[in-house]
Design a protein around this ligand. Sequence first.
Ligand code: FPP
Length: 365
Amino acid sequence: MKRSSPPMSATMSATLRAAGGLPLATTKRTIGESMAKRRIKTLFSAISSAIDGGARAAEQERRAEVAKLRFIEGRAVPRHIAVIMDGNGRWATERHMPRSMGHRAGVEALRRVVQLCDDYHVPMMSVYAFSTENWGRPQDEVDALMGLMWETIRSDVDRLHKNGVRLRHIGRLNGLAPDVQEAIQWMMDLTRENTKLELNVCFNYGGRAEIVDAVRAIVASGVTPETIDEDMISCHLYTRDLPDPDLIIRTGGEMRLSNYLIWQAAYAEYYSSPRLWPDFDHDDFVAALDAFSARKRRFGKTDAQIAQEAQESQNLPPPAQTAQQATGLAEQTSQPYATDGAGASAGAEGSLSGSRAKTAVEGVH
Ligand code: FPP
């Protein structure tokens, strides 16, 4: 496998440059509010000059940055977004192209949205690139998706690695062609230590298959039925070390989970965008974040309890000193994403998977 990739595209390097002035993604807001406010003001005056000068592209770029800073200022940002990238086929058909061209355009959209996650401080994204059910598609489409996976790893992973992105595969490696398996293993090994942004590629993934694999592993471990609880099942899923998704975005106007992260999505906020995936852009992404920040997440509790918990979380010590970490039992995944303003409702409770114990499960990928 070649380790070098082609030069970064002009569009991508421009967006990376545009994001260069911002700090890395974290679960908490990292920009001082007053600094962000000053920048918004400066950018607004720059927008006015741009309009005067007729520099439309520059105006749009700056407007995007204003939207970005506004989010950083007062909105809850999901810690983990999971995306069902639907609509590639329709996008291609509308253009009288083969469906595989729609998937290729889908990769471009994926590149764009990875950059948007970085811009908006979303630290983790999972994407549904090939489901266990997709094997039933016409063979040429299956071949095209397999080829695209391999090709995308070859063309993009070096650049993603240099930009601090960690790549994971979620799903069954078994059943994929050996060269695709090798490429996936290589991409995971190369980027294992990266922390800036985590991108999980769900490929040959099915939620039911995942639960079947987890149950098999639990049964094989010989535990008694009484000891099986939700945490144990979570710990045997492919996603055992990951926070549950906070927001599921599905493009293409459909309203289904389609076997995607069905266990993990139990309390995720769901957002359906009418946009076909290859056309999904900055404004669509912001609309999804907007919807998320307006949601009230209660996890089965009452408003009053949630308000109380949000209040208490303000007084908690920093993450490294929480009781969970002090006892070494669990990964810290339940920090609030925003603690004030409009964001408190969507973010104050954090993810339910925070108490998940870290257990290595051999043989489950
Ligand atoms: C669903 O749209 C999309 C897929 C089954 C594949 C998604 C793959 C990509 C976006 C490419 C990224 C892939 C890699 C390899 C990283 P659809 O084809 O069902 O669309 P339709 O509903 O319009 O037919």
